[in-house]
Design a protein around this ligand. Structure first.
Ligand code: NAP
Length: 312
């Protein structure tokens, strides 16, 4: 028996044909609206909203297998009410995203974008003792705001760089503290004491706009803000103003509120390193994300529990 399923067309090259055994796949491109019909599963990218209307238009749906760890593109309350399972792809993307976070930390601290621009412009006139001076990491403090899988993986990379770690999470993380010497702090202390603040909470009603103009004013002068979590944690115009006024040292961003649009003032602001949402973008990780998303569909359609549900 084959099951009709909707799968993001962009995942096609990442999946092996055997992973799709027993599935009658309708591929939907990111720019195509979600169709109405009798599909029993959907594997969307994080750019596709799956809310009340979509769930109503797919009355036989049994699972939304999101191809991302974040699931703020799915109305989980509406799904739960309709008894539709929602799954995500945790763990497999943790290390790749932590690596990219460090790429942003180092790029901001050592002014990589300005250096690359200088060389490419042909205006570089040679070594100068005061050229593009950055932030020495040794002896500084990294603030990990949201110390789950990715936040902890970022924090675990900090001690070899000589950084002290502060973290904020709703619950204490004793193993993380023991392994890294990290100290739990409330978000306002973390903002006030950190030289680098790295965001790793999910996007929820509580965390949206967490980094607003007040929070930015509480940060140390010259501090670096890094966001590889979700764009709407940060008020982009307030961030642009803090950078324009030279209050912040730099901002390294992988995610934006209204992707792929970026607030024009932020795009024009100084001292930014702006990436196109590539936190999990390694070949291995993207293949594993696609595989887990489809494995969740296969499990549910065989009457088994999903591997990685977002609620039970
Ligand atoms: P996770 O393991 O669930 O970690 C989330 C952490 O945030 C937890 O430690 C949680 O605290 C904490 N948290 C939640 N609400 C909070 C609040 N109001 N204040 C302080 N801390 C709060 O998730 P993850 O796997 O690390 O992923 C984190 C996020 O990264 C995802 O939701 C996704 O949006 C984003 N992401 C982005 C990319 C990219 O491509 N840039 C890739 C992967 C993931 P408790 O542990 O105490 O509950």
């Amino acid at each position: 028996m084959t099951h009709r399923v909707l799968v993001a067309a962009e995942l096609r090259n990442l999946l092996e044909p055997t992973q799709l055994d027993g599935l009658d796949v309708t591929w939907i491109a990111a720019d195509q609206p979600t169709p109405k019909g009798d599909w029993v599963a959907i594997v969307p990218l994080l750019s596709r909203w799956v809310g009340g209307t979509e769930l109503k238009d797919l009355p036989r749906l049994r699972i939304v297998a999101n191809c991302a760890v974040g699931y703020n593109n799915v109305d989980v309350v509406a799904a739960e009410m309709r008894k539709v399972i929602v799954s995500n792809t945790p763990d497999v993307l943790t290390e790749a995203t932590a690596d990219l976070t460090w790429a942003l930390i180092l790029a901001c601290a050592r002014r990589l974008v300005e250096g690359i621009d200088l060389v490419r412009s042909g205006r570089w006139s040679g070594w100068h003792p005061e050229q593009l001076l950055g932030m020495e990491l040794r002896g500084r403090t990294l603030g990990v705001l949201g110390a789950g899988r990715i936040g902890q993986a970022v924090g675990r990379r900090a001690p070899p760089f000589g950084l002290r770690v502060l973290y904020a999470a709703r619950t204490p993380k004793p193993d993380f503290e023991r392994d890294t010497g990290a100290v739990r702090a409330d978000p306002s202390r973390l903002l006030a004491e950190s030289d680098i603040v790295s965001l790793h909470t999910p996007s929820t009603p509580e965390t949206k706009g967490l980094i607003n103009s007040d929070a930015l004013r509480r940060m140390k002068p010259g501090a670096i803000l890094v966001n590889t979590a979700r764009g709407d944690l940060v008020r982009e115009e307030a961030l642009a103003i803090a950078l324009e006024e030279g209050r912040l040292g730099a901002a390294g961003l992988d995610v934006y509120t209204d992707e792929p649009a970026i607030h024009p003032r932020l795009l024009a602001a100084p001292r930014t390193v702006l990436l196109p949402h590539i936190g999990s973008a390694t070949t291995e990780t993207r293949r594993q994300m696609a595989a887990i998303a489809v494995a969740n569909v296969q499990a549910v359609l065989k009457g088994k529990p999903p591997l990685t549900p977002v609620f039970r």
